[in-house]
Design a protein around this ligand. Structure first.
Ligand SMILES: Nc1ncnc2c1ncn2[C@@H]1O[C@H](COP(=O)(O)OP(=O)(O)OP(=O)(O)O)[C@@H](O)[C@H]1O
Ligand SMILES: [Mg+2]
Length: 302
């Protein structure tokens, strides 16, 4: 039976660097919900005051990045008393911060690549030695691979730090884990089939994510069933450890020995036609429309 969701706002656009991706996500979600008979309307918080959300019964958050994925809009919706999709204020804020996410995972005994916070006074040679090469340098609070640099040469860390520093204030160096990149979508209490990402570039950079069409995606990923189940279970724990609920995506890396390491959580994953959560849902037998309805049905406060 179809649920009566009332008047629904699909939040898209916004002011972050991921505005264009969000508009794409939002358009797809809007069309899917309308196609299913939901009274859904586009709402761009960059163009309308949030006050105009009064009267909506639910919100589908298709925003990415700052103000959309970091707890800010979630806080506003809490105050307005309008249920919204995806994780709440705290999980959204933590998920936006790769450093704090890793602190929680370490405390919870969940595997994540070794890392070091950097500043101007860091002993760059010592960090290279500790983490080994290749290593990755990234702002802790950016997205879309913006400001992420791979260091492959001895002595390269200092320049990579300076380059990353232009994109954020909190910079970390992370051990390169080079045996493959994967993602697990979480929907309610379930982990969906694992997707393997095979970029044609050296790593899954901005170009590979949004501009090139030669990135390969394999779903379900070719992993032994027991290993896949173990990782799905771990991904759910990794999501829940930061307070995640509703839906989201947990990315992980595999080393050459077949050990997995959780990389980061996306609390408002992409919902474009090329996005990974819809791909994984399809593999689980859920159409894009069905996925949108399930996510919307999970909208809540608190
Ligand atoms: N420790 C690592 N080992 C191997 N590859 C890495 C590592 N860290 C980052 N990468 C590569 O760089 C890409 C971008 O890094 P990361 O996912 O940490 O940041 P982001 O994509 O900018 O964040 P978001 O997914 O929130 O947009 C990853 O998808 C992966 O290809
Ligand atoms: Mg990423």
């Amino acid at each position: 039976m179809k649920q009566d969701f009332g008047k629904v706002a699909v939040l898209m656009g916004g002011v972050s660097g991921e505005r264009e991706v969000s508009l794409n996500s939002g358009k797809g979600v809007l069309a899917a919900l309308r196609g299913q008979g939901v009274d859904a309307h586009a709402f761009d918080p960059a163009e309308e005051p949030l006050d105009a959300l009064k009267g909506f019964k639910r919100v589908f958050i298709a925003l990415h990045g700052g103000y959309g994925e970091d707890g800010a809009i979630q806080g506003a919706l809490e105050i307005m008393g309008i249920p919204y999709t995806g994780p709440g204020v705290m999980a959204s804020a933590i998920g936006m911060d790769k450093f704090r996410t890793k602190l929680i995972w370490q405390a919870a005994g969940l595997p994540t690549p070794d890392y070091v916070l950097l500043d101007e006074d860091s002993d760059f040679a010592a960090v290279e030695k500790r983490l080994g090469l290749p290593l990755f340098v990234k702002p802790a609070r950016e997205g879309s691979s913006i400001g992420v640099f791979m260091v492959t040469q001895v002595g390269g860390l200092k320049d990579a730090f300076a380059a990353a520093r232009e994109h954020g204030s909190l910079i970390m160096a992370e051990k390169g884990v080079m045996g493959g990149e994967y993602t697990v979508a979480i929907l309610g209490d379930n982990a969906l089939p694992i997707v393997k990402i095979e970029p044609a570039t050296a790593f899954y950079d901005y170009e590979a994510k949004y501009l090139r069409d030669d990135t390969r995606y394999v779903c379900p990923a070719d992993l032994p069933a027991a290993k896949a189940a173990e990782i799905q279970c771990g991904a759910k724990k990794a999501f829940q450890a930061i307070g995640g609920a509703g839906w989201g995506r947990v990315d992980f890396l595999m080393d050459d020995a077949g050990k997995h390491y959780f990389l980061e959580v996306n609390t408002a994953p992409g919902m474009t036609s090329h996005s990974l959560a819809p791909m994984s849902a399809r593999q689980a037998g859920l159409s894009f429309e069905a996925l949108c309805l399930k996510i919307l049905a999970g909208a809540r406060l608190g």
